[in-house]
Design a protein around this ligand. Structure first.
Ligand code: SAH
Length: 181
């Protein structure tokens, strides 16, 4: 997080607030997550060098950039965004930064991203009413999914570990995210 400058990921009118530990608007009704939330999610994902990560909800591209530093050159971050304008600006921003291991994809993350599955880790940055089963299918054995689940008022950040045929689910903390559409 010291390497990735959050200022580059927020709109001009919020540059002065870029280092506050709070979400900020990025247009189209969406927000860039608070830095502590990005850190918490990386920690609960147990992100490691070499991991292949799927992110649903690119937004500004900030969390994808932070994760790309952790997984390093031997890892990859595939990040899916549904709003074309956000996809385009995140793509430009991330390629300008020269982060070659981040791949931005325009699409609906509800169906995951079959092309590069299975993933070691899956990070979802918009809340779902239920965990989309396809995301669990695209997780490798031993892999970890972190996802906010709930409704517009109450959401729980959940962690699911895939252990053979078993899924070990933990409730982590209460959170507030934008909805998965
Ligand atoms: N990780 C982002 C924060 C993203 S906010 C950052 O660091 O800036 C959540 C994002 O999820 C929004 O950009 C929203 O457009 C996107 N989103 C919502 N539903 C989606 C879906 N079904 N598929 C892909 N992205 C989706």
């Amino acid at each position: 997080m010291n390497i990735i400058d959050r200022r580059l990921f927020v709109p001009d009118e919020y540059k002065d607030a870029a280092y506050y530990d709070t979400p900020l608007p990025i247009g189209y009704g969406q927000t860039i997550s608070a830095p502590h939330m990005v850190g918490i999610m990386c920690e609960y994902l147990c992100l490691q060098e070499g991991d292949s990560v799927l992110e649903i909800g690119t937004g500004s591209g900030y969390s994808a950039a932070v994760m790309s530093i952790i997984v390093g050159k031997s890892g990859n971050v595939y990040t899916v965004e549904i709003v074309p304008e956000l996809y385009k600006s995140a793509l430009e921003r991330l390629s300008q930064l020269g982060l070659k291991n981040v791949h931005v994809i325009l699409g609906d993350g509800k169906i995951g991203l079959e092309d590069y599955a299975p993933y070691d880790k899956i990070s979802v940055t918009c809340y779902a009413k239920k965990i989309p089963p396809v995301l669990l299918q695209q997780l490798r054995d031993g892999g970890i999914l972190v996802i906010p689940v709930g409704n517009e008022f109450v959401q729980t950040l959940k962690r699911v570990k895939k252990d053979g045929k078993h899924l070990v689910e933990e409730d982590l903390l209460n959170v507030r995210f934008v909805p998965m559409v």
